[in-house]
Design a protein around this ligand. Sequence first.
Ligand SMILES: C[S@@+](CC[C@H](N)C(=O)[O-])C[C@H]1O[C@@H](n2cnc3c(N)ncnc32)[C@H](O)[C@@H]1O
Length: 225
Amino acid sequence: MTAKAACTDFLHFFRSWISNPLRVAAIAPSGDSLARIMTSEIAALDGPIIELGPGTGVFTRALLARGVSEADLTLIEYGPEFISSLQARFPTARVLQMDAAHLADADIFEGEPVGAVVSGLPLLSMSPRKIVSILAGAFAYMRPGGAVYQFTYGPRCPVPRPILDRLGLKAVRIGGTVRNLPPASVYRISRRKPLELSRERFSYRESDTEIDDIAAFSNETAAER
Ligand SMILES: C[S@@+](CC[C@H](N)C(=O)[O-])C[C@H]1O[C@@H](n2cnc3c(N)ncnc32)[C@H](O)[C@@H]1O
């Protein structure tokens, strides 16, 4: 990427953050160092792949650099301001403007299950019930052995332990970098054992007592920490 393109992306991203700081949750796009760690365990044959919250496409470019076919990518971005540039930059990828919390309801994959989900979502600014819906949706499409790759600026995995336990998932820190603004760590989130997560059961609705129970427990645990 040229310096001019990087500067354009920075301004685009910064303006998005000004207008929606909670959703964008960073003042600048991730750096190449973080993008390399986020995609380091993904290979060309892992496609199809879902990317959540691609923004200006830093991780998308890193996936292509690892040999993943653009046609194997589904980019799910909520921010309307990023959609046209994602479509122009990655014309053969599927770009969907939607809330990642509705993944399970969306029925976006009928064929081959996905090999990996790369997430740039700001989980730290999301409610526990929204995190449950996103993860349950992601794993409903995932093939056995597949994983979600999630970065965080925080000191621990951004998915609270009770949510990992309830969904039968585990999180392992696979790396981190100080060459990012701010410094960040990357977690691989995978199934503890083969498990069929039902999309129906954990879909994101306003009144779902099971999700509320997990969320309440998760909030209590967070308060105790
Ligand atoms: C911290 S930025 C990361 C952008 C990019 N992946 C990067 O690392 O530079 C978070 C991105 O997630 C998007 N986002 C936030 N909430 C979302 C949601 N519920 N569904 C889909 N995308 C969302 C934002 O619009 C933004 O593009």
